[in-house]
Design a protein around this ligand. Sequence first.
Ligand code: NDP
Length: 283
Amino acid sequence: MTARLLDGNALAQSLRADFKTRAEALAARGTRPGLAVILVGEDPASQVYVRNKVNACAQAGFHSEKITYPPDVDPQVVFDRLAELNADPTIHGILVQLPLPKHFDSDAVLKAIAPAKDVDGFHAENVGALMQGHPRFIPCTPYGVMKFFADAGIDLRGKEAVVLGRSNIVGKPMAMLLLQASATVTVCHSQTRDLAFHTRRADILVAALGKARFVTADMVKPGAVVIDVGINRLPDGKLCGDVDFAGVSEVAAAITPVPGGVGPMTITMLLANTLEAAEREAG
Ligand code: NDP
């Protein structure tokens, strides 16, 4: 392997140590950062994500509340609970674990979270603020990716950045952040013609399409920085990213692994957003 490994576990650990110190300082002034996580249904992956988020809060000295509902819960029950949490001074961040069961209007649920507590950054008001260049909450996954660049001293100005995927939670906010960092950004999706033409000219390549080992070495410009957001489960039960790590790490200058890359940073930035909300609230 020739590429520099961008180690998400190590970066997450150092950031979380800093958050713990800041949380203790805030608690000494009477405010303990608090996160409420709502889980509807019994999706096993969602259960794991929620458990990890709650555990991360405990380790950082945050208060957290896990609120669970059966899959057939009346959406009004969730809306009522959200209204209570919006008004609860011990809660600074609220997130609803997605996906929600089919009988829920997910957009309406996300809209029911107070924008000042929307630590996922999915509320239209926060999406708009990000678009205008003065974000209140940056969606956790792209926020974590930007931390890799900052930590590794990668200057994005004038670079060709190519983002694979245009979802609201990863691809679109990622593209916006890269643009704000003065990269020249191309966003690719399932209808993009000649994808490799775009990826081969990328100085910065962010793969977020959800296709196991899709990005191969011949699609990558030598010396590129490759960020692999994808999480895919292989038939043998192991996890892999959207990038063929073994091949691409021979041509890239730097690369994130899966697991141990973007994944640990996503929860870390949820803590960052919750802490920032609590710090804002405490003045
Ligand atoms: P979505 O399924 O919402 O979006 C996938 C995007 O990839 C879509 O825009 C789609 O295009 C595009 N796409 C699919 N196939 C191709 C293709 N062949 N060529 C080009 N583009 C393609 O996924 P998410 O954004 O939610 O997640 C992406 C991946 O990142 C998943 O593996 C997910 O598990 C992972 N993830 C990881 C996180 C982490 O913490 N590490 C956090 C969140 C997600 P179109 O819009 O045209 O359909």
